[in-house]
Design a protein around this ligand. Structure first.
Ligand code: AMP
Length: 436
């Protein structure tokens, strides 16, 4: 499936090409046609699956296909649980709508209300908001929701966890009855089903793809290693075993960068690809990897999705993925079409629970191979894994990981965002780019 087969307008296809996306992710391939058809949608999808584009692209398409004249009214309302997610979603709206004339705005609490009031007065097509601040604006009559055609609840399960259910119900009363509703949630709890039942009309259900079988031809190994020694072990493995064309997976964008730098310093031709790199840089890295100039490509899960290279000899899980199914996707890159491949995972004490989840999914144990001189130090305790880094230092974890939650052996305390993006600039209000 290609983006061009989905029936999106050329302006949107252009922004997709600007981002360098080649193929829709599974959730996009399923959700986009449903949203384009005007149906209500209940999607079970986690962050990192490409869900934001899954609703943003068809919504923009809807606006582009039925432009309205007269003063701007809010036509799309997207509710998110946190200000970080709100900022991220609005960022995506601007990115994917870069060649369209729509105005977007993000509003959340904890920052001054006045700039938001004037931005709302200037006219907005797409509003992304956290529930509490939106209701403040509604009470003060700063916001008119009578023109809303599409209502999106993003990370609905988290909104319920955070106690926003009453706010959401109040907001639903402020938008027109006739509208399209989209509900995204990482889980399908009874509470979510109840909300979906009262909120969605004849919805289509879609779920991000779950594959739970490993390709047979892939040899899988685990090297147990201390977290601080992973880089050295990787350098040794690549050198000693004479590996070439190694696709290395990290959890975060900053982790990918740090690792590529380290490999370069060790004299190994390496580069990183992820969403923060320019399209040119990504295309160049990929071409060099394909033609053999680059021995190692370090990638995040989502960046690797768009890569069209199969039958790689080596895939390395430098860090295990948070979601066990992603492991299967990763190692599916090797050993295709009859060639034998090897998938190697470097596993530190923090990741034992993730390894256990993967083995449970695969219904088999992955062979642990000792590597001389790298036996893990048994006195090192597990620490929580954080996906988002406030002060990325090119290391494996953020400083917050040491303070938050308290480490317990085997603890995995991943945040729900895989984007690696820091929260919106110090809580500063940011309005849609076209307000400025
Ligand atoms: P999300 O699950 O919406 O948070 O998206 C995770 C990341 O995937 C974002 O950084 C997007 O830029 C990226 N992304 C979304 N769709 C695609 C795609 N079709 N191909 C490659 N990357 C994508």
């Amino acid at each position: 499936m290609k983006f061009t087969e989905l029936g999106l307008v050329p302006e949107i296809l252009r922004s997709i090409a600007d981002q360098g996306y080649e193929t829709p992710t599974p959730i996009q391939a399923q959700a986009i046609p449903v949203v384009l058809a005007g149906r209500d949608l209940m999607a079970c999808a986690q962050t990192g699956t490409g869900k934001t584009a899954g609703f943003t692209l068809p919504i923009l398409n809807r606006l582009a296909a039925s432009r309205v004249t007269g003063p701007r009214k809010i036509r799309v309302l997207i509710l998110t649980p946190t200000r970080e997610l709100a900022a991220q979603v609005e960022d995506s709206v601007r990115t994917y709508g870069a060649h369209l004339p729509f105005k977007s705005l993000v509003i959340f609490g904890g920052v001054g209300i006045n700039p938001q009031i004037s931005a709302l007065r200037n006219g907005v097509d797409i509003l992304v908001a956290t529930p509490g601040r939106l209701l403040d604006h509604a009470q003060q009559r700063n916001v008119d929701l009578s023109g809303v055609e599409v209502l999106v609840l993003d990370e609905a399960d988290r909104m319920l966890d955070m106690g926003f259910i009453h706010d959401i119900r109040r907001i639903i009363k402020l938008v027109p009855k006739k509208r399209q509703n989209l509900l995204f949630s990482a889980t399908f709890s009874d509470e979510i089903r109840t909300l979906a039942g009262s909120f969605l009309i004849d919805p289509e259900y879609v779920e991000s793809e779950r594959r739970n079988t490993a390709p047979e031809l892939v040899k899988q190994f685990v090297y147990r290693v201390d977290r601080e020694r992973k880089r050295d072990l990787l350098v040794e493995l690549i050198r000693d075993k004479g590996w070439y064309q190694v696709l290395v997976f990290t959890r975060t964008k900053w982790g990918a960068n740090g690792l590529a730098d380290k490999l370069l310093k060790a004299g190994i031709e390496a580069d990183a690809i992820h969403g923060n790199k320019s399209q040119n840089a990504r295309t160049r890295a990929l071409a060099n990897f394909k033609n053999g100039k680059l021995h190692v490509l370090v990638a995040t899960d989502i960046a690797a999705r768009g890569i069209d290279i199969n039958e790689l000899p080596h895939v390395v899980n430098y860090e295990l993925p948070n979601v066990a199914e992603d492991y299967v996707h990763r190692i599916g890159r090797t050993g295709r079409a009859g060639t034998e491949g090897a998938a190697v995972s470097l596993v530190c004490v923090d990741e034992l629970k993730l390894l256990h989840d993967i083995e449970r999914l695969l219904k088999k144990q992955i062979e642990v191979v000792p590597y001389p001189d790298y036996a893990p130090d048994p006195s090192i305790r597990a620490e929580p894994i954080l996906m988002r880094s406030a002060g990325a230092r090119g290391g494996q974890r953020s400083p917050g990981a040491r303070t938050g939650g308290g480490a317990r052996p085997g603890a995995v305390n991943a945040t729900r965002s895989g984007s690696g993006k820091p929260p919106a600039g110090g809580g500063a209000h940011r309005s849609g780019s076209r307000h400025r």
